[in-house]
Ligand binder design. Structure first.
Ligand code: FAD
Length: 434
């Protein structure tokens, strides 16, 4: 006779280990709730590892020449993250590397007059500074540079170190889930639970609240329960990666005539210490309908127009198709804020999309507000400790996702590797077989 399922009770179960799930797990843990986070691939997969790591204060949403809902919702975020990076915020990010403590906004030689005067106005004071020619970063310190240059108070984080830092803070509470052995259920009272079979044992996991923070995976998880609300929208992008030998480390948006930046550049080091520029902005939006070769040609054209003095003839190129997952908006607009809502038809399920890395503190606050409003308090410590111990015995810890640049440009063979290949001839192999 099969033994009865082992029942485990937790305060919160989070499904999806991108920035949303990891940040939320950190906050819930420090508020005293027991947590288990289930990830099906690697922590930070999909959007988080593919992001440019910019914690921005929203100035890029002012390219129409005015403050907008999006620019104001996000304005306080760099300050919030800075406190966390110093160990003085609501999440401890002292082990996260800062790639840059500023971000540039630069124009080609023709920038809309309305935007120029807006950036110089009182409305943006303290958030954006004009950069005099003498202070230009090395990439733009060329006599042919004719644009206007501004410096934003935004920060850029090294995303792999951010994921590692958040995962470390909740060590022992994140688990690799294999959905071929696990299933979500909804009972007649609308309560969600999770069952899984592992090492010949059957587990039944209950929680005061389940939270889906699986990015694009949220729609699929909801579907498993026969639900379709809150609904999701997808915005595909195709980023471009350029590996080159130039020393220019640069983080900035180039403004064009659209309200989205014409080009966004962030700089990332490979393990070999070579450098990759990661290109987004309008280029990546328009790139979704292009073949990789076509998009690379378009990127080469953009860079030769914007920074013609940089010789990229010997650069290596790659593209990354990636999809942004967000709550469905009227007319498919970009959402201004993080989204958190109870799932319709369930009474212990919350669904969340941060919509931007930057806004994830806001997502966690919204979840905590719901728990407070619904009088959810931390349960029995002994019971949750037993549940976590049982899970640790049967489930592995998920790894950290690899960056797109590591995957696009794997380390080339060392001289020693080449030599060993050269000497491993078919004749050698034959000899070995004898
Ligand atoms: C190219 C690009 C650049 C960006 N740059 C920036 C930026 O510079 N600044 C900024 O603020 N925002 C940026 N963003 C937006 C930001 O990256 C996303 O809003 C954010 O990362 C979303 O995080 P998430 O945790 O909701 O989703 P994701 O990062 O997509 O994570 C979802 C996680 O859930 C897991 N998962 C999925 N399905 C399941 C399942 N069934 N079971 C278990 N686990 C599951 C996935 O494996 C993954 O680990 C960028 C986005 C893109 C695509």
């Amino acid at each position: 006779m099969p033994s009865p399922p082992i029942k485990l009770q937790l305060d919160t179960v989070i499904i999806g280990g991108g920035i949303a799930g990891l940040w939320l797990a950190n906050r819930l843990q420090s508020e005293g709730f027991s947590i288990a986070l289930f990830e099906h691939k690697a922590l930070g997969s999909d959007q988080t590892i593919a992001s440019q790591g910019m914690i921005h204060g929203g100035m890029k949403y002012t390219l129409s020449g005015a403050l907008t809902g999006a620019s104001e919702a996000i304005a306080e975020m760099p300050q919030h993250w800075r406190a966390c990076l110093c160990g003085e915020g609501d999440v401890d990010l002292r082990n996260t590397r800062i790639l840059s403590d500023h971000f540039y906004l630069w124009s080609g030689d023709s920038i809309a007059a309305k935007l120029t005067s807006f950036l110089a106005s009182k409305a943006t004071r303290g958030r954006v500074d004009h950069v005099p020619d003498s202070h230009r970063p090395p990439l733009l310190r060329h006599p042919d540079f004719k644009g206007n240059l501004y410096k934003l108070v935004d920060i850029v984080l090294d995303v792999p170190s951010l994921i590692t830092n958040l995962a470390h803070n909740i060590e022992g509470h994140s688990f690799l889930i294999d959905w071929t052995q696990a299933q979500l259920h909804k009972d007649v009272d609308g309560r969600v639970s999770l069952t899984m079979r592992q090492d010949d044992k059957e587990f039944e996991i209950h929680a005061q609240r389940f939270i889906f923070s699986a990015g694009q995976g949220n729609a699929h998880l909801l579907k498993q329960l026969g639900l379709n609300s809150p609904a999701m929208q997808l915005r595909p992008l195709q980023q471009v990666l350029v590996k080159h030998h130039h020393p220019y480390v640069f983080f900035g948006h180039c403004m064009g005539t659209d309200t989205t930046p014409r080009l966004t550049i962030s700089s990332h080091k490979l393990n070999t210490h070579e450098q990759v520029w990661y290109l987004g902005g309008s280029l990546a939006e328009k790139g979704t309908v292009m073949e990789a070769d076509q998009l690379i040609a378009a990127a080469q054209q953009e860079l030769s127009e914007l920074i013609p003095w940089v010789d990229l003839r010997y650069a290596e190129w790659a593209t990354l198709p990636v999809t942004r997952a967000e709550p469905l908006q009227p007319n498919f607009m970009r959402p201004d804020n993080a989204f958190v809502a109870p799932a319709e038809g369930c009474n212990n399920l919350i669904v969340a999309w941060p919509t931007k890395l930057t806004l994830v503190p806001n997502l966690a606050n919204q979840v905590l507000d719901i728990l407070l409003k619904e009088n959810i308090a931390a349960g029995e410590l002994a019971e949750s400790t037993r549940a976590i111990t049982q899970l640790r015995q049967v489930l592995a810890t998920p790894p950290i996702a690899h960056t797109p640049w590591e995957l696009a440009f794997p380390p080339s063979m060392s001289a020693e590797d080449v030599l060993s290949l050269k000497f491993s001839t078919p004749a050698d192999d034959d000899e070995g077989q004898d």
